[in-house]
Design a protein around this ligand. Structure first.
Ligand code: NAP
Ligand code: G4F
Length: 341
């Protein structure tokens, strides 16, 4: 019998790469999709024809219980979230509900469907749970690089909601003996990244300028530093965490930092342009509280899971710029356009 996986956030960047990886591993893959006429669901069906869809929403407890009852998964990957940090200041309550309370609802759905009670083991081990935790929880970092023991100091409502989900996942593991783990993933990108995130904004911006479709690119803080890796590498770590002998949390990143300025330089170099002629900094794109730097220490994942990132920063940027040049030359995809500045 094929193992069965249920993925929330199937229409997002990571959902698509994880689904492809699990299908390659012989899994039966189900994606939780929300909304009445969500255009991202039909786009996902075109990309991932073998994924089966079950309806549900992280805001709706009953729908999650029904989804788990229907799919009877061996593994649940909770990737669904409001994931764009600036949006979390504008819609803090919604972010808390989806990104934070959504984790509680998913864990409860698994607990109820497995018939798990306090102190119980037995059926608790039947469904393995992965929570998409984030390096945003480290926020104003207390040490560099950051590892599994580094203290959290989140700087956005998003980071706070993720910290809640993280601790709750740990708590369900300790309270109910559930195989529930968190991957603390650092920024990971790809040609499928939403256009509102800085890497994709920059790759699309450089491609548009190269093709004469735009004359400038407006950005916020160029000094922020991130540990950027390739999403296709990171979803493999999610899967490995659920195959481990014991449920434990892992930091996943490359261990190397670059600034937004270096990102811009790399993207414009890839199209043969001088970035300083086109990039305009805009104070309105600065955040109320910034995370100045993030850098992973992924040693535990390397030694215990055998996980290594494969795609280096320059390769990643070149891959994204080439993909956007092709996309725009072919007439573009309106769904790729962001409504955020
Ligand atoms: P993404 O592209 O923004 O995808 C987010 C997904 O969440 C979408 O499929 C979206 O579905 C879904 N979603 C939003 N609200 C929902 C709701 N109420 N009920 C059910 N699903 C809902 O994010 P990503 O980059 O793939 O990231 C995946 C997860 O990893 C997220 O939890 C993110 O916070 C976390 N994470 C990401 C990174 C990174 O660098 N990418 C790093 C650390 C952690 P719709 O299409 O219906 O909106
Ligand atoms: O690409 P970003 O929006 O990603 P951010 O805020 O680091 O969050 C991403 O990674 C987290 C993991 O650390 C995830 F949990 C989260 O879901 C998301 O995937 O911004 C990166 C940096 C920030 O410091 C921001 O201030 O880029 C800076 N930046 C400068 N100009 C900009 C811009 N960011 C965006 N989105 N747009 C700009 O114009």
């Amino acid at each position: 019998m094929a193992r069965r996986a249920l993925i929330t956030g199937i229409t997002g960047q990571d959902g698509s790469y994880l689904a492809e990886h699990l299908l390659e591993q012989g899994y039966e893959v189900w994606g939780l999709a929300r909304g009445q006429a969500n255009p991202r669901v039909s786009r996902m069906r075109r990309l991932l024809a073998d994924v089966q869809v079950v309806r549900g929403d992280l805001l709706d407890q009953g729908s999650l219980i029904s989804a788990v009852e229907r799919v009877q998964p061996d593994e649940v990957y909770n990737l669904g979230a409001i994931s764009f940090v600036p949006m979390s200041w504008e819609q803090a309550e919604l972010t808390a509900e989806v990104t934070g309370m959504g984790v509680l609802r998913m864990l409860e759905a698994i607990r109820v469907c497995s018939g798990v009670s306090r102190g119980g083991t037995g059926a608790a081990g039947q469904i393995r749970f992965y929570q998409a935790s984030s390096s945003e929880m480290f926020g104003q970092v207390s040490e560099t690089p950051q590892n599994e023991r580094t203290a959290f100091h989140p700087r956005s409502p998003y980071g706070v909601a993720k910290a809640y989900g993280h601790f709750l996942t740990q708590n369900y593991r300790e309270s109910y003996g559930m195989f529930a783990v968190s991957g603390i993933l650092f920024n990971h990108e790809s040609p499928r990244r939403g256009a509102e995130f800085v890497t994709r904004k920059v790759s699309l911006g450089a491609a548009r300028i190269k093709l004469g479709l735009a004359t400038e690119l407006r950005l916020g803080n160029l000094e922020a530093r991130r540990d950027w890796g390739f999403a296709g590498d990171y979803v493999k770590a999610m899967h490995l965490m659920l195959q481990a002998g014991n449920p434990e949390d892992y930091v996943i990143g490359t261990g190397r930092m670059k600034s937004v300025r270096e990102l811009v330089e790399a993207a414009f170099n890839a199209v043969g342009l001088d970035w300083e002629r086109y990039v305009v900094t805009d104070q309105t794109l600065h955040r109320p509280a910034e995370v100045d730097l993030l850098c992973a220490e992924p040693k535990k994942a390397r030694t215990q899971l055998g996980w290594e990132p494969r795609v280096a920063f320059d390769e990643l940027v070149a891959m994204m710029v080439e993909s956007d040049l092709r996309l725009l030359t072919d007439g573009g995809d309106p769904h790729e356009d962001s409504s955020w500045p």
